[in-house]
Each structure stands twice: as structure tokens, then as C-alpha cells.
Design a protein around this ligand. Structure first.
Ligand code: CAA
Length: 288
């Protein structure tokens, strides 16, 4: 079944980006948040990104208008009932996501595909909250969604070939490159990226080098677009911590264990860009 109408649950950092790229590619897209204030915050972020594209000469003003016309915000989950594909991008909580999927399963047509953008929870476990494990999969996007070209398409033992084909075709239609991966915690990208970021924090914690020297070492020595400590702030140190906990729990390998400094920073509310302070001070632009 080709995908025509798309629903996104959550209009935060990831959900707003997913809704934006879907609408920008011409798909009527509904995005649901839990309150009008949070919905307006997410929609505002989309408008600012699109306006930034227009200002940079990357997007025609008419295309910005078309994108916004394709986007419909709502606070009611039942408004997603007629969507062919619903992507959940809510907070990284197993119980919350399972509740959402049970409700989506009751609300959406039986042939609709349900997907999670989770970065570390088990897709198989989420699918068991529904009666459609064959039409359930992971679609893992990367931050910032409009600029990062990859989607990890995650298949469980139960995901059908048709589901994979339809979801992958939609990802390509919105301009992304697809890699297909099995349902193992962290998939491919976080399996490799998270230990690297945790090691960078350990190097900093041990006083081997300064923050800027660590970031410059990887940026200039390896050609990465940003250093690992800046990336941690960018992804969110609370998110990085929570992913590391889930990965350590799954694999019991020390390389996934959060360094004590990361835990202290999260406890102190230093979550990176989103809280204004992490390894960097985000009240200045660029961060210092
Ligand atoms: N509209 C359209 N285009 C825009 C735009 C906008 N509003 N804003 C920026 N762009 C374009 C720019 O024009 C530029 O295009 P060109 O390359 O054609 O010149 C491009 O996007 C890059 O923008 P900038 O020059 O402003 O920024 P940058 O070069 O510093 O790159 C970045 C920013 C893309 C974020 C880059 O630093 C990067 O790739 N960082 C790494 C991000 C990363 O690793 N993300 C994954 C995190 S892990 C994750 O998400 C998964 C998880 O589960 C934790």
C-alpha cells in the first residue's frame, strides 16, 4: 500500500523535523502534541527552519507556503485515524510509547503502518502493544532531521517485506537514504556512536585534554563535522545518558556504561543545548 497521508506523534526536536520533511516532500502530514502550547512551540521551530532556508536562498518562499499548507497540527490522537503511516516521536519512555501505540492501534485502520523513531528501545517490545506486528517497524531519523540524510529502517522478526518496502519507499520519497537494520538496541549508528561519545567524556574526565582540544582533535584529525563533546550537547546529555543506560542494560559491556561525569552533569541539569548549558555555554552564539 503506497503511503499518502502521514501522521507524526510528538512535535519536539525530532517530531517537528520529521513532520517538516514529510510535508516538504508533498505528503499531507498531521502532527500531534499533547498541548496547544507545545504544538505551537514545535510549529514555530518548523516555521523558523523554513524561513531560514528561504533567507539562505535554499528554499523558494512559495515552497515554504506549500509545506506549511501540508502540515496540520492537532492535540487529538484520533485525528491521525486516516493516516497510512504514523511515526511516533514522543519522549523516550517504554511505558508512554506502549500506551500511545495501543491507542494508535485501536484508532488507525488495520492496514496502516505504525513506526517508532526510538533510538534505543526495542521495536519488538513496542510492537507487542499492538495487534499488527507485521505492519510495525522502526524509522530512526537523525538530528537535525531536515539536514541529516539517513534513516535507519528497523525490522523485527515479524515485520513483513511489504511493510519494509512501503516504508523504505516513503523514506526515499522524502529525500532520505535508507539503511535496513535488525532490531538490536542502538541499531547501527548508536551502537558505534554512543561508545565513541562516552569515551570522549572519559578522556575529558581523566584530564587527558581540554574540551576544545578533544573536539578539535576529532573535527580536524578525522574530518567529523563536529567534535564529540559538542555533539553530546547537541544531541542532549540527558538523552545520551538515557541511551547509554539502555544499551548497558542490554549488552552489559563497559563501553556502554555512562562515565560518572555524565551522570553528574545530567543530575545538575546540564543537558546541553536544550538547557542552555552542557560542555558548552549555549547562551552565546556560537557556543563558548
Ligand atoms: N534550510 C535549508 N538548508 C539549511 C538550513 C535551513 N534552515 N540551515 C542550514 N542549511 C544548510 C546550509 O545551507 C548548508 O548547506 P550546504 O552544505 O549546501 O552549504 C548545510 O545545511 C549545513 O548548514 P550550516 O553550514 O549552517 O551548518 P554546518 O555546516 O555547521 O552543519 C550540522 C551543521 C549539519 C548540524 C553539522 O554540524 C553536522 O552534521 N553535525 C553532526 C550532526 C550529527 O552527527 N547528528 C546525528 C546525531 S545522533 C542522532 O541524532 C541519533 C540519536 O539517536 C542520538
Amino acid at each position: 500500500m503506497p503511503i499518502r497521508n502521514v501522521g507524526v506523534v510528538g512535535c519536539g526536536l525530532m517530531g517537528s523535523g520529521i513532520a517538516q520533511v514529510s510535508a516538504q516532500a508533498g505528503f499531507p502530514t498531521k502532527v500531534r502534541e499533547i498541548s496547544p502550547a507545545l504544538l505551537e512551540k514545535g510549529m514555530g521551530a518548523i516555521r523558523r527552519f523554513l524561513q531560514g532556508g528561504v533567507d539562505k536562498g535554499k528554499l523558494a518562499a512559495a515552497d515554504m507556503e506549500k509545506t506549511l499548507a501540508n502540515l496540520h497540527g492537532t492535540v487529538r490522537l484520533e485525528d491521525l485515524a486516516d493516516c497510512d503511516l504514523v511515526i511516533e516521536a514522543a519522549a523516550e519512555s517504554l511505558s508512554l510509547k506502549r500506551e500511545l501505540f495501543a491507542e494508535l492501534d485501536r484508532t488507525c485502520r488495520p492496514e496502516a503502518l505504525l513506526a517508532s523513531n526510538t533510538s534505543s528501545l526495542s521495536i519488538t517490545e513496542l510492537a507487542t502493544a499492538t495487534r499488527r506486528p507485521g505492519r510495525f517497524l522502526g524509522l530512526h531519523f537523525f538530528n537535525p532531521v531536515p539536514l541529516m540524510k539517513l534513516v535507519e529502517v528497523v525490522k523485527t522478526l515479524e515485520t513483513t517485506a511489504e511493510t519494509l518496502g512501503d516504508a523504505s519507499a516513503w523514506c526515499r520519497a522524502i529525500g532520505k537514504t535508507v539503511v535496513t537494520v535488525g532490531d538490536s538496541t542502538g541499531f547501527v549508528v548508536n551502537r558505534l556512536l554512543v561508545p565513541y561519545m562516552l569515551d570522549a567524556i572519559r578522556v575529558y574526565e581523566q584530564g587527558l585534554a581540554s574540551r576544545d582540544d578533544i573536539d578539535n582533535a576529532m573535527k580536524l584529525g578525522c574530518g567529523y563535522p563536529m567534535g564529540p563533546l559538542l555533539l553530546g550537547d547537541y544531541v542532549g546529555l540527558d538523552t545520551t545518558y538515557s541511551i547509554s543506560q539502555i544499551m548497558f542494560d542490554e549488552f552489559k559491556e563497559p563501553r556502554f556504561a555512562a562515565p560518572p561525569l555524565l551522570r553528574r552533569m545530567v543530575l545538575a541539569g546540564r543537558h546541553g543545548r536544550k538547557s542552555g548549558r552542557g560542555f558548552y555555554d549555549w547562551s552565546t552564539n556560537p557556543p563558548s
